[in-house]
Design a protein around this ligand. Sequence first.
Ligand SMILES: Nc1ncnc2c1ncn2[C@@H]1O[C@H](COP(=O)(O)OP(=O)(O)O)[C@@H](O)[C@H]1O
Ligand SMILES: [Mg+2]
Length: 446
Amino acid sequence: MADESPLIRSLRAAVAAAPGDVPLRLHFAELLLSDGRNDEAVAEAAVALQHAPGDADARALMMRAMGVPQATAPTTPAEPIAPIAPTTPAEPIAPIAPTPPADPIAPTAPTVPTNGFDWDAAEQQVQDLVGPRFLEDPQAADGEGQAGGAAAWDVDAPGSVRLADVGGMEEVKDRLEAAFLAPMRNPELRRLYGKSLRGGLLLYGPPGCGKTFIARAVAGELGANFLTVSLSDVLDMWIGASEKNIHDIFETARRQAPCVVFLDELDALGAKRSRTHHSGLRNVVNQLLTELDGIASGAGNEGVFVLAATNVPWDVDIALRRPGRLDRTLLVLPPDATARESILRYHLRERPIEAVDLGKLVKATEDFSGADLAHVCETAAEAALLDSARSGSVRLITTKDLLGAAKQIKPSTEPWFAAARNVAMFANEGGLYDDLLAHLKRKRKL
Ligand SMILES: Nc1ncnc2c1ncn2[C@@H]1O[C@H](COP(=O)(O)OP(=O)(O)O)[C@@H](O)[C@H]1O
Ligand SMILES: [Mg+2]
């Protein structure tokens, strides 16, 4: 959208940063509407209604955007962009940027057709809502780890997410307890088992099925800090400094022990990935091996736990999976019935629903990932809202909407299982994928 005004662009970014801010989203929708972009305004109003089902302004805006004549007009549409005007209360937008960075690029916006509207004033106003437009270069902050530059990794204090928050999946929880939590919690036990239990745990399985969520819950169970780094996100940013950054991550974890280091998307380091522009990848893997071996040897690494996750374990560098490193694996499968019910409950908790038959919905969503289930709920909400807008009278989301959405959406885990089947059948060296084989047999997918 190259011809988009800077104001629309800024507001779009602000809405993306604060998706639950209904007044902000309505400002944005108003602006789109006044720009003649009715379809986009409808979509924004629909999202606003999902967050605030009873909101009269959102409903009125939806009707206007759909061209539905209004029986009762709660707001006069005479001045469609009025909410942007300086009288707007600042308070709904304040939390986004407590200290507005002086952005040297913003003020020099090109002149756009104004229609008598004071764009400059409006832009000044939204300037505070928008975060910095560019990340700082992490290498510029040379030497100080994450102290001086944009942090590529965050350490979260011991969180409140516990395994009990993970719905269903009893098998996964039992395995976690036996293979990881019990020995990690108990230093006596660790000493008894020796080096074999010091390595980390690799979570694998189809996307969107709770690996990241479980890792966080494990940190919660251990009462440990949680340091997460998504390797696919950061490798490109780190060119030339990745080894140092890997070392910094583990240094940070040692300082903050007890601490879980969570290496998400570990496959980004895989030698099998044909990302030729990462010729330095080997060095990064070697650095990671050094750190993992350091943790296995114990000295100075008490209280540092390593978890990793991948959707494609067969792309993970095999050296990383040797004994004492990420030698234990845990298959995280699509949520079972209990888990699906709890995930669906969660995603429907703030939506206007009516007598939904969860049992039916749970049956209709076998093999759906957590992310797919969220998508089902959104799609059903959209259908009900568009229906409401069309008929002019708002109705609630029903079982039928949800079952319809479930039918329309294919579980995203299917292609994963197709690929996994081949690996389990033909590349199960050393029994790396025994769990997966057992599951496929159980589901008669072999
Ligand atoms: N068993 C579960 N209980 C509750 N929420 C779940 C469960 N499994 C997945 N989810 C939810 O599904 C979404 C995707 O999970 P995520 O951990 O990001 O998947 P992954 O890391 O495997 O790709 C998250 O919002 C997560 O909270
Ligand atoms: Mg994840």
